[in-house]
Design a protein around this ligand. Structure first.
Ligand code: SAM
Length: 200
């Protein structure tokens, strides 16, 4: 039953929800500073591919789930690989991109260490992630709903404070939290957007 849901319904829900007009514009804005060798983690259905700046012609992408990506202006070297065990040499990339992915990574600390390792010194992690609200009463709602949300949203967590997590993992964070229209807005509508600089 859950298998059927994940194969046939969940991808559709993702595309509709985190592919809505407002989010597409935020993606475009977030990706505008992508440069050099780029690694996108948890590429999913490839919603970012046509939103990279024109200067980007090719990216490397990973996902721990096998993906068939759409045709796009950007060429993709795709690897079925988990973010907690990235098979690239250290200091390979200028930019790592994560959109709506850090919320569902299980081994997050190890994954951030891996991202730091493959990023060049002063390289950037571009992030656009929903997470913990900046309002106390909503935080409580997020804590209560997280276990059930986790089951129906591919292991996604609604309660992660991405600024805190990134800073604790020695990234220098520049960003802000926006209120957006992602269903269910009451718990997933708080989006962390910005850049985390890899200070080695
Ligand atoms: C909610 S989807 C977002 C997809 C895409 N980044 C986007 O913005 O539309 C989360 C993606 O992260 C991937 N993912 C989760 N954990 C991962 C991991 N440890 N390593 C690589 N990808 C992972 C999932 O397979 C899924 O494709």
């Amino acid at each position: 039953m859950l298998n059927y849901y994940y194969k046939n319904i969940f991808p559709f829900l993702i595309n509709k929800n985190i592919g809505n007009k407002e989010i597409i514009e935020l993606r475009r804005k977030a990706l505008s500073c992508a440069k050099g060798e780029i690694l996108e983690i948890g590429i999913g259905t490839g919603l970012n591919l046509d939103l990279y700046p024109d200067s980007v012609e090719r990216i490397t992408a990973i996902d721990n789930y096998v993906r068939i990506l759409p045709k796009s202006k950007v060429k993709v070297d795709f690897y079925n690989m988990s973010a907690d065990n990235i098979a690239f040499k250290e200091n390979t990339f200028e930019t790592v991109v994560s959109t709506f992915c850090l919320c569902s990574i299980t081994n997050l600390e190890k994954s951030l260490q891996e991202i730091k390792r493959v990023l060049k010194p002063n390289g950037i992690l571009i992030f656009l992630e929903h997470g913990r609200a900046d309002i106390k009463s909503v935080q409580l709602l997020q804590e209560i709903s997280n276990p059930i949300f986790n089951i129906f949203a591919g292991g996604c967590n609604v309660n992660r404070n991405h600024f805190e997590i990134l800073e604790n993992n020695r990234f220098k964070v520049e960003g802000n939290i926006k209120r957006v229209n992602i269903f269910p807005k009451s718990i997933t509508g708080y989006v962390y957007m910005g850049v985390a600089v890899n200070e080695k």
